[in-house]
Design a protein around this ligand. Structure first.
Ligand code: HEM
Length: 334
């Protein structure tokens, strides 16, 4: 039921929204650049991706809620870093808010273009039933968490890698300079940014936010010659697969070009799975790549980023893989 909402044609229509959010952050970074102050890149990518996912779900309702509450009621998702019981409680309290939004839309039908209206309109192919309120709320809350933290972590790692490789930064800037500054990139145009795409793919290879995927066998099975009993938990680590010397040459090296043409074609088709594979793979893959391409492109056109400080980066492998400490960056206007 969710799938049609994630069709390329739909996602393409989020291009103006993605651009607006990036323009807002570019203005913020320009101010910090002028003051020669470091930006907290971890916080900024978290806020940026949260704003994109919330606006794509709630559309114009989000601005209304911000006025009503005096602040964005969903910002707890970005501000509260721990994923503990306290967070679970506060997050669950958003359930009521989403229920009210759904109810209000039912009572005052207006045209909306956002995920919530699409999910409310979708019907089961076999029974023609709509989603129940509980299903709608569940899906909305899942989209917020699944769509925000993963993309934020991926962008943080991407900027970290770019800052370690000045030649990559220069190539990204050159690619960005080839598009006109007032062009709002649609999905096709964003995907045609070849080198930017390769850099993001390589960042997702080295630091896949979804570093561990679990599945449970339904019945007895065999995997790679090992017998598995029924209801056995199987852990699959994209992080380890992505660095496995059997599938990758110089696996620890950052080499975006490995995703160019011929190289990419030779690889085992399950050696690279940042969005998982199979029936439960990431439904948001296209929109995630779209917003990341637009972001790296928009910011490379305007800024150079260098790390503030050079302490080694430590990994924090919780639900998502992210740097343990905030990544601070100096921005310089180009
Ligand atoms: C770089 C960004 C992203 C990465 C690396 C990523 C990765 C993943 C992975 C690995 C899974 C499978 C998890 C599992 O099976 O255990 C998944 C599932 C999912 N993702 Fe993403 N994701 C990203 C962005 C997004 C975005 C932007 C959205 C929505 C707007 C999204 C929505 C979902 C949903 C709803 C699922 C569950 C699908 C299902 O169970 O059928 N993701 N994602």
């Amino acid at each position: 039921m969710m799938q049609p909402s994630f069709h390329r044609r739909v996602i393409d229509q989020f291009s103006a929204l993605i651009r607006e959010v990036n323009d807002k952050f570019a203005a913020r970074w320009a101010t910090m650049a002028a003051r020669a102050e470091a930006i907290n890149l971890s916080d900024d990518t978290s806020e940026l991706t949260l704003e994109i996912v919330l606006r794509s779900i709630f559309g114009s309702d989000l601005a209304r809620l911000e006025i009503e509450f005096g602040a964005n009621p969903f910002e707890v998702v970005a501000k509260e870093q721990n994923r503990d019981l306290k967070f679970a409680f506060r997050f669950r309290s958003l359930t009521k808010l989403v229920a009210q939004l759904i109810d209000r839309r039912r009572r005052t039908p207006e045209e909306h273009f956002d995920f919530l209206s699409m999910l409310m309109a979708t019907r089961d192919r076999d029974t023609d039933a709509a989603m129940s309120d509980k299903e709608l709320i569940d899906e909305v809350l899942t989209l917020i968490v699944a769509g925000h933290e993963t993309t934020a972590a991926a962008l943080t790692w991407t900027w970290y890698l770019i800052s370690q490789h000045p030649d990559t930064a220069e190539r990204l800037q050159a690619e960005a300079d080839r598009t006109s500054s007032d062009q709002t990139l649609g999905l096709d145009a964003a995907e045609s940014l070849e080198f930017t795409h390769q850099v993001l793919q390589e960042a997702l290879r080295l630091y896949p936010p979804g570093w561990l995927i679990t599945r449970r066998t339904l019945e007895a099975d065999e995997l790679g010659g090992f017998p598995l009993g029924p209801r056995t938990d199987v852990f699959i680590s994209p992080y380890m697969l992505h660095r496995h010397p059997l599938f990758w040459s110089e696996p620890e090296e950052f080499r975006p070009e490995r995703f160019a043409g011929a190289d990419a074609e030779e690889r085992h088709r399950f050696a690279y799975i940042p969005f998982a594979v199979g029936p439960r793979h990431c439904i948001g893959e296209n929109i995630a790549m779209f917003e990341m391409l637009v972001h790296v492109h928009a910011m490379s056109r305007r800024f150079r980023l260098t790390r503030a400080g050079n302490e080694p980066i430590e990994l924090e492998a919780q639900i998502n893989l992210r740097p343990r400490s905030n990544l601070m960056m100096m921005v310089q206007a180009r």
